[in-house]
Design a protein around this ligand. Structure first.
Ligand code: ADP
Ligand code: MG
Length: 227
């Protein structure tokens, strides 16, 4: 119980900090990346400088990833709640991630058993799906299968996302959603799952995780059905 309280307090602090800085930092960062791209693409830029520009873009993009994660849940936003068809929202996110799945040799299998609707902000719901899909894809560096199922169960709509990745130990499952918990070193922000938990909670949904090392991970989202 005490651990939970610490977790919650940490989340509150992170969220306040984020709200105040994210807006101010995002726009200049986008401009920086844009200009670096122009420098990198310029014919007169020599090879060495092109490489420097590329490194700078990578680093700035990483900063931008962090800001994007923050922005979504901390954004002081006008509530755009609406009914969403989960299947089509899932398909949109699948399209966004297509370059990544191709690059990582990941196949996506979808089984949509239910044309269900849930209530929420589509932008935030996308963030939830994208963060979960991205983790699954990242957990399969040598390729694998990402299975997405939707079904209705006792007036709840469920989305089950299963990967054939490296899986998680029980003590790591327990830490999911804790700000900055990441086993990816420089490549991780440790913010993705925190954002997932926050948004799903705000949509009156739940997140259930099962995972086995070297076998894979299954994440089930459950939301009240509005169909
Ligand atoms: P990040 O992806 O930036 O590390 P997340 O909050 O998205 O941060 O995830 C936290 C950690 O949880 C990851 O670093 C990873 O160790 C673990 N994790 C999350 N999803 C999966 C998954 N599908 N398979 C294996 N490990 C996972
Ligand atoms: Mg992640």
């Amino acid at each position: 119980l005490q651990l939970e309280a610490v977790k919650f307090e940490k989340m509150e602090i992170v969220s306040h900090l984020a709200a105040s800085i994210s807006h101010e930092v995002r726009n200049p960062l986008t401009a920086v990346i844009g200009f670096l791209q122009l420098i990198g693409e310029n014919e007169r830029t020599n090879e060495k400088s092109k490489a420097y520009a590329m490194y700078a873009i990578e680093e700035a993009s990483r900063a931008s990833d962090i800001i994007n994660d923050y922005l979504t849940f901390a954004k002081p936003h006008i509530n755009v709640e609406c009914l969403m068809n989960i299947d089509s929202e899932i398909k949109k996110c699948q399209d966004i991630l297509r370059p990544l799945t191709l690059k990582q040799n990941v196949d996506i299998d979808t089984f949509f058993q239910h044309e269900g609707s849930i209530k929420g902000d589509p932008h935030k719901f996308h963030q939830v799906l994208l963060n979960i899909f991205k983790n699954s894809i990242e957990a399969m560096p040598d390729g694998g299968i990402l299975t997405i199922q939707t079904f209705e169960n006792h007036a709840q709509i469920q989305i089950k996302i299963t990967d054939t990745g490296y899986g998680m130990k029980p003590e790591h499952i327990a830490r999911l959603g804790e700000p900055y918990f990441s086993l990816k070193g420089q490549k991780g922000t440790g913010l993705g799952m925190m954002v997932v938990y926050r948004i799903v909670e705000s949509m009156k949904g739940t997140v259930t995780v099962t995972s086995e090392v070297d076998i894979g991970t299954s994440i089930t989202l459950s939301f009240p059905s509005f169909s």
